[in-house]
Write a protein that binds this ligand. Sequence first.
Ligand code: ACO
Length: 399
Amino acid sequence: MAQAKGYTRNNGPLRYAHITGWGMAVPDTVMTNDDMAAIVETNDEWIRTRTGIRERRIANERESSATLGYKAATSALEVADVLPMDIDLIIVATSTAEHVFPSTANLIQDWLGASKAGAFDLAAACAGFVYAVNMATQAIRSGSIDTALVVGAETMSRIVDWTDRSTCILFGDGAGAIVLQGSDQEGGVLSAVLRSDGAGHDLLSVATPNVRELNGHTLGKMYMHGGEVFKFATRVVDESIRQVTEDAGITLSDIDLIIPHQANYRILQSAARKLNIDMDKFVSNLDRYGNTSAASIPIAMCEAIEQGRIRKDDHLVMVGFGGGLSWAAMCVRWGIPEPSQLQGNRLNRQRRRAVYLLARVRARWNRLRRAWNNVLRWSNPRNIRLMRLRRRANQQKLP
Ligand code: ACO
């Protein structure tokens, strides 16, 4: 087999980035197409035949991209049998963070008690997970880190325009996570292709309060030109799959499984036709979850693993596409034993639970400490005088 050209180093032994853990979390609340038809003028038949979607999960008010991502991350750490303090880097791919900052990754880092990890969010819409896995892989392959946690987490239900029937029917909420670890064993992530075409920025967008012109769109709500995005997706999926397999030194017939972004079943059918690859090789679960943006690939991967569709030495291709416009593909040679052969260390399981508990206690303690410091600060005579002055200024309506 040809040497993979995706990642090469000029000197030193090569490190390989292997996926050693995985996990997913979706909200319990199921919203069917019939439920959708009670909100906008649509019907089950239209949604099913145009998209392949039957239902999606919707987060409740206590759930967010961070809480779903945290749940998926704890499952991934369990499978990989990694302790939170052994994580070097956490990347969360999301378009639905609770804050501009802190990042969702910061919150998950804190809740996990991953005390030695750097953490940041990555914004590349539905291509975000593949972008993030590539960033973590580069860091592992350079030798600068050994263990990374990559999460794709979304609460799309918070940014869809519930009056726009052509977009709100498509999306759902959920999260998936993987642990990537460095190893001398050849395999793991073999190659990646990342691409962007910002000229299509207005085809799929969500405006923040910082936007210069709203152009008739609603602040904080998704706008999509579905037809154009559909054409773009059908063009780039097969192109990037061809490119990434070539870079990995394999042929299309060597691919065992394709894990695509779950946007529309017809996009997957078009890619299968163009590539002349059987539909059976495409993982599809969008009938149950809809489009969960950056979370869709890791969720589909988790389900494929659980269904026994991924075996040691299989070649997988992941491909994501969406807002930006941005798209990305990645080729992986699965390098670890099947899940049934993995045995988590019981002691480590207890240690992880203890770390999560400690992280929660520490977060509460820090909040209490800050509240107490505020009380002390405002009981200082100088601050009391300052407060009185401000109150007087307000009453006199001074500038
Ligand atoms: N129910 C019933 N009728 C509908 C609905 C609905 N939910 N939505 C639209 N229609 C109607 C339209 O009004 C239109 O009616 P008209 O002909 O009388 O004007 C008709 O159906 C056809 O509309 P189209 O938009 O042409 O429908 P199309 O077949 O293109 O399907 C869809 C629309 C499903 C959105 C498709 O374009 C698509 O899947 N696009 C790609 C989405 C995607 O892949 N996004 C990926 C990235 S997402 C991310 O990055 C965050």
